[in-house]
Design a protein around this ligand. Sequence first.
Ligand code: TXA
Ligand code: MG
Length: 340
Amino acid sequence: MLRGDSREDLAYAAGLIRRGELVGIPTETVYGLGANGLDEVAVDRIYEAKGRPKDNPFILHIAEPKEMESICHSIPERAWLLAERYWPGPLTMILPVKDCVPKRTVAGLDTVGVRCPAHEATRTLIRLSGVPIAAPSANLSGKPSTTTAQHVLHDMDGRIAAIIDGGPSEVGVESTIIDLTAEVPRLLRPGGITPEELVALLGELEVDPAVLGELPPDAIARAPGMKYIHYSPRAEVIIVDGSDEEAAAYIRKHIRPEDAVLCFQEELPLYEGCNPTAYGSRADNRSLSAGLFSALRDLDKPEIQTIYARCPQGGGIAYAVGNRLKKAAGFHIVDPREEA
Ligand code: TXA
Ligand code: MG
């Protein structure tokens, strides 16, 4: 375990990156599993460590916005606009990729996801490494993402060379992904930069169908990762809609001793004796995004069969939280009012 606030540790980690090793890296969204994005052997190691399907490409992380020119071409004006406003920060842009980026990194696509993360330790690491760092979230494929160095250790112990501890990830859900190669900018994954903010800056935004619901099996996913199972603990996750009281009545009626409840802090008194876990306060959507993955990981225990979950409504970051929770549930949502 290395320290994100130690220049010496970061220099050591940069040496590992240059030698083609894997390093767990802190970002403001989630922890990443970093490798030299220009080295296809190193990139192959990420696929292996995560157990990730080879058709699912990686985001390249850069230390300065202008570095996107070294890996992307035909960069439109709106990409610079977004970079100026939201980088460093939780935004990934899909742009045409240059030939210097190995096919393995982008899984054979002619585009690349590029992001300038806000965490200073990782920006320093990228500078010291001298290469863009390819990094997916540092969880085992299909599992909830990692928001602390301990989560990374849990999933990756023995598979990677080092982990940089930079404290808990502040945002807690992965970056917003926007595809700028289409005529109209397209939201592929909601995150810390909200759809409202993007529309305000760009004037127009299409939302990819994969954000809204389950893709039919024959659909082509624009972000290849969208078609895979995501964020899933062992247990089945069921989202229960309705008011606090309606949901509590439904859950209390159906819950068995081997089940659990994932709810808002304010709802805890309604679930006494039902094994409840709160992931944040309903009054503070940022607390929900920061706490979601940690709570899902806590509930990833063999003895838990079903998790009844409460999901925030509305826009802003709550939209991203809802998207992750719905994916964890495989879009299984019940409305207690329909049963009544
Ligand atoms: O916040 C984040 O973005 C984190 C941190 C570590 O930066 N990274 C992350 O990476 O979430 P990952 O690999 O877990 O998710 C990246 C998603 C995948 O669904 C992938 O298919 C999609 O981005 N993606 C990557 N390159 C793409 C491309 N060229 N076109 C479309 N989608 C792409
Ligand atoms: Mg991921």
